[in-house]
Design a protein. Structure first.
Lengths: 111, 116
């Protein structure tokens, strides 16, 4: 069965420190993975997707099929990065109806 | 261009009452969906639709009905509200049915429902 695990409910770092939000998944087929972010008083929005291999707002995420992980990383955290982050999974070629979210990690970046 | 609009933003119901959460999008998106967000549970898919006249169940469909008579609207109906349905509900849409393109969902602001 498909599953997305975000082991950290809360994560706090100081400004300028590196940050890593963990995401592990379980999926039998070819996965497609995403990170969504919800800033305070804003809508949930797509941050990045593994297939694009892009860096958004300084964040990157690499799909590690051996470790079944898709951790989100940023070398130098900023206060404006404080938000709720969700990892999401679906299967390649599937409909979006099969997009599964993790429980989320609340990131706080202290000044 | 308003994007995805949900109404109402807040609602309090008594157990057994019925109600409809409205969702409309003005982006001509094919795909629409409803999620519920509960503390410590993340977002769970309730129902989704890949086009007008087509709906399907997600992870937690029990107690909810949907219909998709137009491309723009995707209402979520609670038939007989229960305290377990107290949650924040999100409607989301996408121009694509599948992940072959972006896999990006556009979310509404959410509707907070309390069932007493």
């Amino acid at each position: 069965a498909q599953r997305v695990t975000q082991p950290e409910k809360l994560l706090s770092v100081f400004k300028g420190a590196p940050v890593e939000l963990k995401c592990n998944y379980s999926y039998s087929g070819s996965p497609e993975l995403f990170w969504y972010v919800q800033y305070s008083r804003q809508r949930l929005q797509l941050l990045l997707r593994h297939i694009s291999r892009e860096s958004i707002k300084g964040f990157t995420a690499d799909l590690n099929k051996g470790e079944t992980s898709f951790h989100l990383k940023k070398p130098f955290a900023q206060e404006e990065d404080s938000a709720m982050y969700y990892c999401a999974l679906t299967g390649r070629g599937s409909t979006l109806g099969r997009l599964y979210f993790g429980r989320g990690t609340q990131l706080t970046v202290w000044p | 261009n308003a994007g995805v609009t949900q109404t109402p933003k807040f609602q309090v119901l008594k157990t057994g009452q019925s109600m409809t959460l409205q969702c409309a999008q003005d982006m001509n998106h094919e795909y629409m969906s409803w999620y519920r967000q509960d503390p410590g549970m993340g977002l769970r898919l309730i129902h989704y639709s890949v086009g007008a006249g087509i709906t399907d169940q997600g992870e937690v469909p029990n107690g909810y009905n949907v219909s998709r008579s137009t491309t723009e609207d995707f209402p979520l109906r609670l038939l007989s509200a229960a305290p377990s349905q107290t949650s924040v509900y999100f409607c989301a849409s996408s121009p694509h049915r599948g992940t072959r393109d972006t896999g990006e969902l556009f979310f509404g602001e959410g509707s907070r429902l309390t069932v007493l």
